[in-house]
Design a protein around this ligand. Structure first.
Ligand SMILES: *Cc1c(COP(=O)(O)O)cnc(C)c1O
Length: 395
């Protein structure tokens, strides 16, 4: 059997436009016409393949991008959303009903944490937050009504790795689904190959890579995606977080350069990690053998894309981290901004920005320092030069 590789899967797509354009045509229609009246009725009942009815449900441009994402993720199907949060909240609300329970990682993206902690109680859905790297703790947290385990392949900001093969085993032993946010590690990890049931993405980050839009995706089985967009009961269909098809067309073109970008992000981050080690800086990077999950990541990753573009350094105090970040922006190393996966380096103090939804005591428990700066390393051609500038800023 041919070995699966996500970038081969993207490269082998044949998706030309209706007039032979090498890029699929953009469909900017909200509604679609039918030649025969009964086809419309059948489409409403989900009984026709390849018929488009209304763009909140399906749209050809969204379908091209969704098909490409499903190919990349080695899943049967996918659906694209207007934001990463749109994907995450739709997947969760599709799987869980009132009275259900979720076991989730303590270290998820701030918005995900806030949704689970502050919003889901409205629907009487309970969440137990655990350290996902403690598999016994995960097992102990499971209850008879647990419907979902939720983790991020690479967590923010400490870059811990979820043990996907064991977590999926635990989930399936209890008839629960494992949902994983793979935003930090597209191409590097293919979660479905390790038993993950639903993969969610913020495409705003590496997948699009340009910081010019907000978008998300859900990749899973035909059964799950069809249930999400069921006209009578599907969360995505009824809450309506659909992606604008013009953006789908733009993101699809960027998806075709994702492998080159991921390799360069990874190469640059690895270079910085090695130099940071030499100068004795405290840092987290899963590509280094010192990282607690280095071996775990090696055991689940696809070769050739590196260990990712995210790296965090610990400058102990908030004050020092603020000083260094301002200097780095003035030295044109990159921007003092949240978000990630951009061609320029972005940096922020995690505790005071992207993880600020997480209470300070939980931040401490996670091992997060108030002086932690998270970097999304850019596509710099000469990273040695960037490193020299960083050293100047640390003086
Ligand atoms: C940004 C991000 C999200 C949220 O995505 P949006 O596109 O901003 O809605 C979710 N998970 C992770 C890991 C993220 O980095």
């Amino acid at each position: 059997m041919k070995k699966f590789d996500p970038s081969n899967a993207i490269q082998d797509l044949r998706q030309f436009g209706e007039f032979g354009g090498v890029n699929p045509s953009v469909t900017d229609s909200a509604t679609f016409t039918f030649m025969e009246a009964h086809t419309m009725t059948d489409t409403f009942h989900g009984e026709t393949e390849g018929c488009f009815l209304y763009s909140r449900h399906w749209n050809p441009s969204n379908k091209y991008l969704a098909d490409a994402l499903a190919a990349m993720e080695n899943t049967e199907s996918a659906w694209v959303t207007g934001s990463g949060m749109g994907a995450i909240t739709s997947a969760i609300l599709q799987i869980c009903s009132a009275g259900d329970h979720i076991v989730a990682s303590m270290t998820t993206y701030g918005g995900t944490f806030a949704f689970m902690k502050n919003y889901l109680p409205k629907f009487n859905i309970e969440v137990t937050f655990v350290n996902m790297n403690d598999l016994d703790g995960v097992r102990k947290a499971i209850r008879p009504n647990t419907k979902m385990l939720y983790a991020e392949t690479m967590s923010n900001p400490l870059l811990r790795i979820a043990d996907l093969p064991n977590l999926s085993k635990i989930a399936h032993e209890h008839n629960a689904k494992l949902v994983v946010d793979n935003t930090f590690t597209p191409l590097i990890v293919t979660p479905a190959n390790h038993g993950v049931d639903v993969v969610v993405y913020s495409m705003t980050k590496f997948i699009n890579g340009k910081n010019d839009c907000v978008a998300g995706a859900i990749c899973s089985t035909h059964e799950f995606i069809n249930s999400l967009i069921d006209v009578n009961s599907g969360t995505a269909m009824l809450l309506g977080p659909v992606l604008d098809p013009k953006l789908s067309s733009s993101i699809l073109k960027n998806l075709h350069t994702l492998h080159i970008r991921m390799m360069q992000h990874s190469k640059n981050a690895m270079y910085l990690a090695e130099r940071f080690k030499e100068i004795g800086l405290k840092f987290n990077y899963p590509g280094m053998p010192e990282h607690p999950d280095h071996e775990l990541l090696k055991s689940i990753m696809n070769k050739d894309y590196g260990f990712g573009g995210m790296i965090a350094i610990d400058l102990d105090t908030e004050k020092r981290s603020f000083e260094v970040m301002e200097k780095m922006q003035n030295a044109d190393i990159g921007y003092l901004a949240v978000s990630l996966g951009y061609f320029k380096t972005l940096f922020s103090n995690s505790g005071k920005s992207t993880s600020s939804e997480i209470p300070e005591d939980v931040q401490k428990e996670m091992g997060m320092s108030e002086g932690l700066i998270r970097f999304s390393v850019g596509l710099d051609m000469y990273i040695e030069r960037t490193f020299e500038k960083i050293v100047e800023c640390l003086k």
